[in-house]
Write a protein that binds this ligand. Structure first.
Ligand SMILES: CC(C)(COP(=O)(O)OP(=O)(O)OC[C@H]1O[C@@H](n2cnc3c(N)ncnc32)[C@H](O)[C@@H]1OP(=O)(O)O)[C@@H](O)C(=O)NCCC(=O)NCCS
Length: 203
């Protein structure tokens, strides 16, 4: 029998569309859109919160800081923010995916890795054993993280970047597309290149 469970998705941009596909592949048959610029088919966040609906919410916002703030607002209001995992992703039984996280098609998350609240593991990214992906971080498509890599809160690892095993990358970092990270990186910097070097400091 067809399921018609409803899910709310906050963020109707490009990232939100992919999250909607993942929701559909998880059996959600109806989507209520929440958007900051509500159009005909979407409600605003405050309007949604005020109606306190008994339906789960997924985060469809690509910007890490914005996603963190929205998560806080939703959970403060007592609403249920859920994680979504595409059925084609391969997740170890010992891995942990926390609430608000989204795992895209073809991603691999290996043994005892932890994906913290609101993080995005994008399409075909490989997260090796024992990695910890910080809250609201974003691991872009086709990234590869070796075993035991720690990624800080709100850090963005650019598309196709690689990180060798056992490294630690601080919070609020941007790693450039295609980078090869071979040393620990402090917080609040931008690093890029092969091997990756620090190119900007945000403090
Ligand atoms: C890393 C990034 C965020 C930097 O953006 P930025 O802060 O605007 O950086 P700038 O364009 O000012 O570049 C600063 C320097 O870094 C270099 N640089 C930027 N991105 C680079 C990259 N990916 N690889 C190598 N060098 C890079 C620039 O050439 C420039 O070098 P220079 O100072 O010698 O001229 C951006 O280039 C990037 O790679 N974003 C990834 C986007 C992505 O993965 N999107 C997928 C989302 S799903």
């Amino acid at each position: 029998m067809e399921r018609i469970d409803t899910i709310a998705i906050y963020g109707g941009g490009g990232h939100g569309k992919v999250v909607a596909d993942i929701a559909a592949s998880n059996g959600f048959g109806s989507i209520l859109w929440i958007d900051d610029a509500p159009k005909e088919e979407a409600v605003g966040l405050e309007e949604f919160i005020a109606s306190t609906p008994d339906i789960p919410v997924a985060l469809g916002i690509g910007n890490n800081l914005h996603r963190e703030k929205s998560f806080q607002r939703l959970t403060d209001a007592g609403l249920k923010v859920i994680s979504l995992v595409h059925p084609s992703a391969i997740i170890s039984e010992s891995a942990v995916i926390e609430r608000g996280a989204v795992v895209m098609p073809g991603a691999v998350i290996n043994a005892e890795a932890v994906v913290k609240e609101g993080a995005i593991i994008n399409s075909a990214a490989v997260i090796e054993h024992d990695c910890v992906i910080g809250r609201f971080a974003h691991i872009s498509p086709n990234c590869a993280l070796g075993g035991d890599v720690k990624v800080g809160e709100r850090t963005h690892i650019g598309i196709g970047a690689s990180v060798i095993q056992c490294l630690s990358i601080g919070p609020d970092v941007k790693v450039g597309a295609g980078a090869a990270v071979i040393h620990n990186l402090p917080g609040s910097i931008m690093a890029a290149g092969v091997p990756a070097v620090i190119k900007k400091e945000f403090r």
